[in-house]
Design a protein around this ligand. Sequence first.
Ligand code: DX5
Ligand code: ZN
Length: 231
Amino acid sequence: MAIPESMRCQAHLLPSVLSADFSRLGEEVGQVMDGGARIIHIDVMDGHFVPNITVGPLVVDALGPLVHGRSGYFSVHLMIERPQDYVEASVKAGADAVSVHAEASSHLQGLLERISALGASPGVALNPGSDLSRVLEVADLVDFVLVMTVNPGFGGQKMIVPALERVAQLRTALPAEVAIEVDGGVNRKNIRQVVESGGNWVVTGSALFGADDLAAETRALQRLMVGEAIL
Ligand code: DX5
Ligand code: ZN
């Protein structure tokens, strides 16, 4: 089911399960949801578009009852070649939002329209070195834009801070109902800067799942995100 417009306009913390303990995946997703997370970020990698291999529709399907059963959503980030071959399987498995990389999609407009037609929120993702015009060309077809602030492929990298300038440019150029998902290197120290730049769906992987108490860390990052102090 597409992600409602109200949630596309709000600030949300999106836990990226890439850094979760996969032997206890359901439990850890439950804990970040206990902390208030409502959109779970799933990184799909194929070993071609990026050097790493991760998970796919099977894992979205397995987590579906837990996440959807608690009024949650999945934002599925396809870092794969030929994303057109996998959008249908992703949505059928339970993806509510699907982002495809502009660099991997030769018929980007048609692909975004297909994601919409399948009933999910379409998004376009962009690597740090890619031209922002790729996003602006399809702005009227997307529910969200994913701006990479690291080179895609691995969790735990340091944020490329100048990429936040791109977030600010997109926030000015895009309508308010298009969410800006910022992905890569977000931590306690820079999360407020991400939101001040105009990002409102903020992905955190290693900075969140490295904590001892996942629910407490989710709450702490959410508070920092909206400019509140944490005790
Ligand atoms: C990287 C992925 C990210 C990653 C973020 O290619 O797209 O979603 O999990 O992890 P951190 O927050 O550790 O940079
Ligand atoms: Zn991601």
